[in-house]
Design a protein around this ligand. Structure first.
Ligand code: NAP
Length: 538
């Protein structure tokens, strides 16, 4: 009995210690502002606070003691605190003398802080080491974080730096944080977390490093940092606690969580993390979906996928792929002997990559079937009814290409209109369609009109690819633009009593198809659509 209760007590303590904490920095210029931030952080679900005392004007030992007392009185007593007084060379804001910074940290331990964070470089001074060691020995629970930052690039040798820190102070929690100039720079942070155990903090700064902040939990990092809001971030690439919890399913991440994500550049505007994570949550799947900013061309794309797939322990199950990497994804699948869906091969673009449990790669294009399904379901017809249907497609870019391929496969009679004649003629030639320049639109004669240009997209919502007077009676109109949901083209088509199909239907359909490929289960279409509309209304 006693054994089991002791065992459980130990296990719970162990879980409490080992679970990655979501930490919010308090970065205020005075005590009142700091108190406001503490309340806001506690309200958003912070699991630990970092008091960045180098942000405080008129810093003094008493000021920091007051702040610690406030946190401990205002919050659940178990809310742990890290006190940091960063050196300006390592990202500090106000350049306080070293003696004051050390005094702030050592007295913070006496005032009840659980952790103090000090720069490894400065800790190499024997005099400082002695002061900090003495303060730690007099504290019943205080721990030391020894940190190293590189705001420019990767460390020369991160593994050696990690070992050097532990050699100087084996009880310390090493913190190694560096700027990722490309998402591929994150992999050595992942490797270090994977190859080591115990308490350590390792992640990357910058937009390209966001994924390392999220995956710190999967890989057992001691903490990861989130800000209260966009304004209060203390390092480049820090997301808000709300984004972590609501958008990236932070609370559900476990060591065996399967990873998915959208590969794009830019990626910040993508709605895919919101729709897939909402559906993973609804279905209680042990998956998360990440924004994967892959800058560069084929070479960088290939290295990213090699990096991700080589590390099987990361557990990537699939990717959405969008601008500018759809052709790169096709080339990658071909070069790596993956299965490529025949129509994706013909379109020359892939928007979905699936990795089987055995590591086999397959590549699909869900855009064309998403568009065909949006058309057939709204018009109440079958795919067979598309055979011989006269369709006008405006545009000859990536989306036009997928839709033209799908419609031509279904036997539709297509005429392409495009601003750049050579591009339009080339697409028409490849799929055996007609071509006409944009000034031929007044003579349009089709049962279905599809806008595949970006005309009418936010913020240019007063633009339309075709004046209202040229929309014919009985013509159905499909606008692939999904932001806004109701484009001027669709509003004008409605006035002419035309059946309309919006871009969100296509977007949701391609998301549903990807979800099925990712999970072998069906996502909730209403939830996906509601999530898209919710994102667009912000
Ligand atoms: P893209 O490859 O860059 O092609 C853009 C097309 O729009 C080209 O044909 C271009 O003509 C034409 N165009 C752009 N601005 C124009 C203007 N001012 N006047 C006349 N033509 C113009 O882009 P894409 O990937 O095909 O995407 C096109 C649109 O599709 C996006 O803006 C987005 O709104 C929508 N989309 C929807 C979904 C969905 O699921 N619903 C998914 C992806 C994209 P030129 O050849 O002359 O340059």
């Amino acid at each position: 009995m006693c054994f089991y209760s002791c065992f459980w007590g130990f296990s719970l303590l162990y879980v409490w210690i080992m679970e990655t904490k979501l930490i919010v920095p308090i970065a205020a210029k005075d005590l009142d502002q700091a108190k406001g931030q503490v309340k806001a952080a506690l309200g958003t679900g912070a699991e630990m606070l970092e008091l960045r005392t180098d942000y405080l004007e008129n810093l003094s030992v008493d000021l920091v003691k007051n702040l610690i007392a406030f946190v401990k009185s205002d919050s659940d007593k178990r809310m742990p605190i890290i006190v940091t007084c960063r050196d300006k060379r390592q990202g500090g804001v106000i350049d306080y003398p070293q003696k004051l910074r050390v005094d702030v940290l050592t007295s913070s331990l006496k005032a009840g802080a659980e952790f103090i964070d000090f720069e490894y470089d400065n800790y190499l001074s024997i005099e400082i080491q002695e002061k900090i060691r003495l303060a730690l020995s007099q504290s019943s629970k205080g721990r030391l974080i020894l940190s190293a930052h590189n705001f420019e690039t990767r460390f020369a040798n991160i593994g050696k730096l990690y070992r050097d820190i532990l050699a100087v102070c084996p009880e310390a929690i090493p913190k190694l944080v560096y700027a990722a100039n490309h998402i591929n720079d994150c992999f050595e942070a992942f490797d270090l977390l994977h190859q080591t155990s115990g308490e350590r903090i390792v992640f990357c700064m910058g937009q390209a490093g966001l994924v390392s902040r999220i995956l710190a939990k999967k890989l057992g990092g001691f903490v990861t940092f989130a800000s209260i809001d966009d304004q209060s971030a203390t390092a480049p690439g820090q997301s808000t606690i709300e984004q972590f919890k609501k958008l990236y399913r932070y609370d559900d991440i476990k060591s065996d969580t399967e990873l998915f994500g959208v590969i794009a550049d830019p990626v910040g505007h993508s709605l895919s993390p919101a729709i897939h994570n909402a559906c993973f949550t609804e279905k209680r799947l042990n998956n998360i979906y990440l924004p994967l900013l892959v800058e560069g061309g084929q070479q960088e794309f290939d290295s990213f996928l090699h990096n991700a797939l080589f590390r099987k322990w990361l557990n990537f199950g699939g990717f959405s792929v969008t601008i500018p990497h759809k052709q790169n994804a096709l080339n990658f699948a071909r070069a790596n002997l993956g299965f490529v869906e025949p129509l994706a091969e013909k379109i020359g673009a892939v928007n979905t990559l699936i990795i089987s449990r055995g590591g086999k790669l397959s590549a699909y294009n869900t855009d064309y079937s998403a568009a065909l399904d949006a058309i057939t379901s709204t018009l109440g017809i079958s795919r067979a009814d598309l055979n011989g249907l006269p369709v006008a497609v405006i545009g000859a870019g990536g989306v036009a290409r997928a839709i033209v391929a799908g419609l031509s496969d279904a036997g539709a009679k297509i005429r392409i209109y495009n601003r750049t004649v050579t591009r339009g003629e080339k697409l028409a030639g490849e799929f055996n369609c007609d071509f006409a320049p944009l000034d031929d639109l007044p003579n349009i004669d089709a049962k279905l009109l599809i806008n595949c240009t970006s005309i009418g997209m936010h913020p240019n919502v007063d633009a339309t690819p075709i004046p209202q007077e040229y929309l014919k009676k009985g013509m159905a109109v499909f606008d692939t633009v999904y932001n806004p949901a109701k484009t001027l083209l669709l509003k004008e088509a409605k006035k002419k009593r035309a059946k309309t199909i919006d871009g969100i239907s296509m977007f949701v359909n391609q998301g549903l198809a990807q979800f099925k490929l990712f999970t072998n289960t069906d996502a909730n279409p209403d939830l996906m659509r509601k999530t898209v509309l919710g994102c667009l209304s912000h």
